[in-house]
Design a binder for this molecule. Structure first.
Ligand SMILES: C[S@@+](CC[C@H](N)C(=O)[O-])C[C@H]1O[C@@H](n2cnc3c(N)ncnc32)[C@H](O)[C@@H]1O
Length: 234
């Protein structure tokens, strides 16, 4: 199936988001995600669903020796090459389901806001576990189950956030950037216990809150968590 990000209208809408205009500093989760990164000097890094490549360029700036960013979307990879080319960083058009995951190759696997597009989270966990070196880190940000559970990912007319059908994981046709986008709801148990069953140790967990300086402009973002940030070690 075609990746939504390769639809020109959707791609154009995504380009207007704060995270697209201003990079990591424009991303609401960055102030919580950045401190979760491990030491990067000399490290090998894989970014699953790298998008514009902000995290790849960040890893290179912090001294990573080799960084590979893969993304299923040709338009996103083109944008990564245009905006975030850096020494030691390579970008490939590749679905994360199609990547070869070389055994014990990476010190860090990162994936920011991608895994809620993937139905079989356990499969990804197994692949990431294989491709990490011993003590390697898996750092990811997935849409929070409270956010993904409901019907169209929209507030109700009375201003509340509907959490419903929570115990029915699977596809949700959501409204994202004015388009119907297919995402996958995973329960908190699936997200956390899946990691533990795959062999990971969970080292840190954060629920993204808007930074203090943004809260007045974004009161709705204080009503429910939108993202779940997890750092797990092999
Ligand atoms: C919200 S964007 C996040 C991009 C980037 N990680 C960031 O934080 O700036 C989601 C990305 O996931 C990619 N994506 C979705 N499904 C994918 C898959 N199965 N394999 C690889 N990339 C995928 C999309 O093409 C898109 O670039």
């Amino acid at each position: 199936m075609k990746n939504q990000y390769d639809t020109p209208e959707f791609f154009a809408e995504y380009a207007q988001m704060s995270r697209s205009l201003f990079g990591l500093e424009g991303a609401g989760e960055w102030s919580q995600l950045e401190p979760m990164f491990p030491e990067l000097v000399g490290k090998t890094v894989l970014d699953l669903g790298c998008g514009y490549g902000w995290h790849c360029a960040y890893a290179a700036r912090k001294g990573a020796a080799f960084v590979l960013g893969i993304d299923q979307s040709e338009l996103m990879i083109r944008e990564a090459q245009r905006r975030n080319a850096a020494s030691g960083v390579t970008y490939h058009i590749c679905a994360l389901e199609d990547y070869a995951y070389p055994s014990e190759h990476y010190d860090l696997v990162i994936s920011n806001l991608v895994l809620h597009y993937i139905a079989d989270l356990d499969w990804v966990y197994r692949k990431v576990f294989i491709t990490l070196k011993p003590d390697g880190v898996f750092l990811f940000n997935i849409e929070h189950p409270t956010f993904t559970a409901g019907v169209r990912q929209e507030f109700s007319p009375d201003g509340t956030w509907p959490v419903t059908d929570y115990y029915y994981p699977g596809e949700r046709k959501t409204n994202f950037l004015g388009h119907t986008v297919s995402k996958q709801h995973h329960t908190l148990t699936q997200i956390i216990m899946g990691l533990i069953h795959a062999g990971f140790q969970i080292e840190a967990l954060e629920e993204a809150m808007p930074p203090v300086k943004w809260r007045e402009q974004m009161p709705e973002e204080m009503k429910r968590p939108m993202m779940l940030l997890i750092r797990a070690k092999k």
